[in-house]
Write a protein that binds this ligand. Structure first.
Ligand code: GDP
Ligand code: ZN
Length: 458
């Protein structure tokens, strides 16, 4: 076995900032037995809670706390870990943390505990990311799918694909090494048939990961609509059914208003573009440009109009600037005032904007009466590509990119079955792309980028 390096001692407050009944300071390092003794005042029993008075250097009491000691390797990080469960106030936690620093620890960097768990082989990279995704989950469905990834479901799928590729590569190498052999190892093992089935499994993993990406990041919806067309009413109506919280955060008056809600457990981030008007104010203009950059990355555009008036010039201008590939949903609201039926609609050419609405799905509804809202919810999910909440594992754009890359190399391999050197090389590249998901091959800067986004203490 490789000789494990001695880890320096890191410490951080592990619980969220603010006040709570309990707050936790976590410490990780090598040979922390004496530090545990110094903190607890007596030798703590491994994995048992010890009630202790944490004392300052001068002997004065800082806090009364439960001290837990997890000797390596049976700990979260794989190194020795001490957890001090004290009172959850910011000042008292700082004092306890300060004491740990006095006793030789240094302040942990963001994500450093999880990074150590990864480096010590306790979890792989996809699982480490799932730790952050579980903590950041915006809905119960997102949390459950993060848990599925954390428990290794996603990683196991990847390992199965990697193992299969490894075998195919070995068969290819054997065939290359013994060209005069009577048997063709690849033919004998049905290698090409296996590669074809692997390609199909990869596609199904990709589909599940794509759903997980939606749960992780949510669906970004751009809401276009003039004042008084019913945007707030519609958001409340959408949120109300799920008892989700609508949180309009007017970051500043210059920023687009954002609301977060959920539909069937899928987070929906709605950016209200009501503030995107022409302006000569330089500061306001910068805010508006920032909104546009977000809009250009959105998953879906919803244009809300008053069914009595149709689409006007301001909406036309915004629509014209949206990326052509962005799916559009046109919603004609307030049908209770017009007598139009609820549901999918094809507008008569006489309605202003009917030409534009023809380029997307068009719904008629009433935010006030609720008629047509169920269909809207279903359409929003459908247009964003959501299919089901079952067996989804949380995933990120990074994972999708790696899966796409692996699929491209497998496609390339399937086109090179006559030139085995190239075939083998494509298999190797596919395997490498998959390995980057679980972190078997990952550059230091990638790790820095992933763990740097954690908060301190994770
Ligand atoms: P916003 O400015 O686009 O956010 O619009 P609001 O949601 O604040 O609605 C503006 C006005 O239109 C309010 O008086 C709402 O009650 C009304 N309203 C919104 N939706 C409907 C609807 O479907 N039918 C009717 N009759 N009134 C509506
Ligand atoms: Zn409003």
């Amino acid at each position: 076995a490789p000789v494990k390096r001695a880890a320096d001692t890191i410490a951080a407050i592990a619980t969220a900032p603010g006040r709570g009944g309990i707050g936790v300071v976590r410490v990780s390092g090598s040979n922390l037995g004496s530090l545990a003794l110094a903190l607890a005042g007596s030798d703590p029993v491994a994995r048992r809670a010890t009630l202790a008075t944490i004392r300052a250097a001068d002997g004065s009491a800082i806090d009364s706390a439960l001290v837990l000691y997890f000797p390596a390797p049976a700990s979260f990080t794989g190194d020795d870990v001490i957890e001090i469960h004290g009172h959850g106030g910011p000042v008292v936690l700082q004092l306890v943390l300060g004491r740990c620093l006095e006793l030789g620890a240094r302040l942990a960097e963001p994500g450093e505990f999880t990074r150590r768990a990864f480096e010590n082989g306790k979890i792989d990279l996809a699982q480490a990311e799932a730790v952050a995704d579980l903590i950041d989950a915006a809905t119960a469905s997102a949390a459950k799918s993060a848990m599925r990834s954390l428990q290794g479901e996603f990683s196991q799928e990847i390992h199965r694909l990697v193992d299969e590729l490894t075998e195919l590569r070995a068969l290819t190498e054997a065939t290359l090494d013994f060209p005069d052999e009577e048997i063709d190892f690849l033919q004998a093992a049905d290698a090409f048939g296996r590669l074809d089935r692997l390609r199909q499994r990869l596609a199904s993993v990709f589909a599940r990961a794509q759903q997980g990406r939606l749960l992780q990041g949510g669906i970004a919806v751009v809401l276009i609509g003039q004042p008084n067309v019913g945007k707030s009413s519609l958001l409340n109506r959408l949120a109300g059914d799920d008892l989700a919280i609508v949180t309009p955060i007017a970051g500043t008056t210059r920023d687009a208003v954002r609301s977060s809600l959920q539909i069937e457990g899928v987070p929906l981030h709605v950016i209200d573009t009501a503030g995107l008007r022409e302006t000569s104010d330089e500061v306001e203009r910068i805010g508006i440009e920032r909104s546009w950059r977000e809009i250009e990355r959105a998953d879906l555009a919803v244009l809300l109009v008053d069914a009595q008036h149709g689409i006007g010039e301001a909406e036309r201008a915004i629509l014209a600037r949206l990326p052509a590939s962005l799916p559009r949903l046109f919603v004609f609201n307030k049908i209770d005032l017009t007598g139009l039926p609820a549901g999918r609609a094809v507008l008569p050419a006489s309605v202003p904007g009917a030409d534009l609405a023809a380029a997307g799905t068009c719904l008629q509804l009433s935010a006030k009466s609720g008629e047509g809202i169920e269909l809207l919810r279903a359409e929003l999910l459908r247009l964003a590509g959501w299919q089901s909440g079952d067996d989804v594992f949380i995933a990120r754009e990074r994972h999708l990119g790696a899966l796409r890359e692996a699929a491209a190399h497998i496609d390339a391999a399937q086109a090179e079955t006559q030139r085995l050197e190239l075939f083998a090389e494509e298999l190797r590249l596919a395997q490498r792309a998959l390995g980057s998901i679980t972190g078997e091959v990952s550059a230091d800067e990638l790790l820095g980028e992933i763990f740097g986004r954690f908060c301190i203490g994770k």
